[in-house]
Design a binder for this molecule. Structure first.
Ligand code: OAD
Length: 253
C-alpha cells in the first residue's frame, strides 16, 4: 500500500493548499451512524424519509424525535483519530479548508477552524416563520415539549439542510472563493457516498485543474473511478497511514 501511495506522499510533502470534503463516514468511528444503509435506520425509517421538508410538515414530532436521538448520540461522541489528523493538517498547511456535510461539530471540536458546514448544524434551531436562527442556549428543545415553538410563535426546526433544499450561501461562497483563488494541490473526499452534485463538482473541478483527487472510503462511490487514489479503508487508519508516511514515521498499518 505504502509504495502505491508514493506519488500522493510526494505531493503532500510539498503541498501548500489542501481541500477536504467530509461526510458521515468520518464520524462513524466516533459512534455517529451514517445515513444510508442499515446503519442509518431508526425505528425502521431511513434518513430519506425523515430529512425532508415534507416529512417535517407531515409529522414534525417524529422528525424532532429522530433529531433528538441523533443529538444524544452526537453529545456522547468524541472526535476520532481521523478528525484529529485533519486538525493537525490545518496547522501544517498554510491554505486548508474542510467542507463538511456533517452537522455534528466534531471537526471543530478536534481543533479545525477552517470548516464550512454546508448542511448546517444539528445544535441550532430555526423558526419556520421568521427564519431566525437560535443557538442551543437560546432555545433548548426537550422531548416532552414537541414540536417546539419559537418566541415568534412559529414552529422550530433543526437548522440543517434537508433533501431538496438549497445550501446556505455563506459557506458556498467561501468554498467557491477558496477553490477559485488557486487550485488545491490535493482534494480529499472522505466518508461520503458523494451522491450530491455539488460534492462531485468540487472534486472534479480540483482534478481537472491539475490537483490530485483522493478518496477515502471502504466502499466505492461515483467518484471512485476518477480518483487518483482510492484508499479502501475506514477514515482513521487511512489518514493515519498517509500522515505517518508524510511525516516520515513508520506506518503501523
Ligand atoms: P452517507 O451515509 O450517504 O455515506 C456515508 C459514507 O461513508 C458511505 O459511502 C460509507 O461507505 C462511508 N463510510 C462508512 N464508514 C466509514 C469509515 N469508517 N470511514 C470512511 N468512510 C466510511 O453519508 P453522507 O455522504 O455524509 O444530508 O450523506 C450525505 C448527506 O445525506 C448527509 O449530510 C445527510 C444525508 O441525508 C442531509 O441531511 C441533507
Amino acid at each position: 500500500m505504502a509504495g502505491e501511495l508514493e506519488a500522493l506522499i510526494d505531493e503532500m510533502k510539498k503541498a501548500r493548499k489542501i481541500f477536504v470534503i467530509t461526510g458521515a463516514g468520518v464520524s462513524a468511528e466516533s459512534g455517529v451512524p451514517t445515513f444510508r444503509g442499515k446503519d442509518g435506520l431508526w425505528r425502521n425509517y431511513d434518513a430519506m424519509q425523515l430529512a425532508t421538508p415534507e416529512a417535517f410538515e407531515r409529522d414534525p414530532v417524529l422528525v424532532w424525535e429522530w433529531y433528538l436521538w441523533r443529538r444524544s448520540l452526537i453529545a456522547e461522541a468524541e472526535p476520532n483519530p481521523a478528525h484529529k489528523i485533519l486538525a493537525s493538517w490545518e496547522e501544517r498547511y498554510p491554505d486548508f479548508l474542510i467542507a463538511t456535510q456533517n452537522v455534528d461539530r466534531l471537526h471543530q471540536r478536534a481543533g479545525n477552524r477552517h470548516v464550512e458546514e454546508i448542511h448546517g448544524n444539528i445544535w441550532e434551531t430555526r423558526c419556520t416563520r421568521t427564519g431566525q436562527v437560535y443557538s442551543p442556549e437560546e432555545k433548548e428543545v426537550r422531548g416532552d415539549h414537541l414540536p417546539p415553538e419559537s418566541p415568534a410563535g412559529g414552529l422550530l426546526r433543526p437548522n440543517v439542510v434537508w433533501f431538496g433544499e438549497i445550501l446556505p450561501t455563506g459557506p458556498l461562497e467561501r468554498i467557491n472563493s477558496f477553490l477559485s483563488s488557486s487550485n488545491p494541490n490535493v482534494c480529499f473526499v472522505i466518508g461520503t457516498s458523494a451522491l450530491f452534485y455539488y460534492i462531485q463538482s468540487w472534486a472534479v473541478t480540483v482534478k481537472m485543474r491539475g490537483g490530485l483527487l483522493v478518496e477515502v472510503n471502504p466502499d466505492t462511490t461515483p467518484l471512485s473511478e476518477i480518483s487518483d487514489f482510492h484508499l479502501e479503508k475506514p477514515a482513521a487508519p487511512a489518514l493515519a497511514l498517509i500522515d505517518s508516511l508524510v511525516s516520515g514515521s513508520t506506518p503501523d498499518s
